[in-house]
Design a protein around this ligand. Structure first.
Ligand code: FES
Length: 101
């Protein structure tokens, strides 16, 4: 598996959320108090762009119908049986890199 550069850390200050396109997939990356996390970027409800939503604490809110997902586990707040993929993240030389499965 390879690490893929998604952004530079300066673009993602603490408390912010960003959408990144990788091929045909979307990844949402966020900075939770200095810890960068990455989750699948398309909402399982109707495909809303999670990276264009809002970050509240550790929770990412979909901009379309406000479903919330935990940025660390991918678990949906309204339905604990629903979980979106999360990805390992590392920061190397100021670059945010994600290991996509
Ligand atoms: S598409 Fe995300 S909550 Fe509906």
């Amino acid at each position: 598996m390879a690490w893929t550069k998604l952004a530079v850390l300066d673009e993602l200050p603490p408390g912010s959320l960003m959408e990144v396109e990788i091929g045909e997939d979307l990844v949402a990356i966020c900075n939770v108090e200095g810890e960068v996390r990455a989750i699948y970027g398309s909402c399982p409800h109707q495909g809303g762009p999670l990276g264009e939503g809002a970050l509240n604490g550790e929770m990412v809110t979909c901009p379309w119908h406000m479903w919330e997902f935990h940025s660390g586990t991918g678990v949906c707040a309204m339905n604990p049986d629903l979980k979106i993929p999360t990805y390992p993240v590392r920061v190397e030389n100021g670059e945010i890199q994600v290991e996509l499965a």
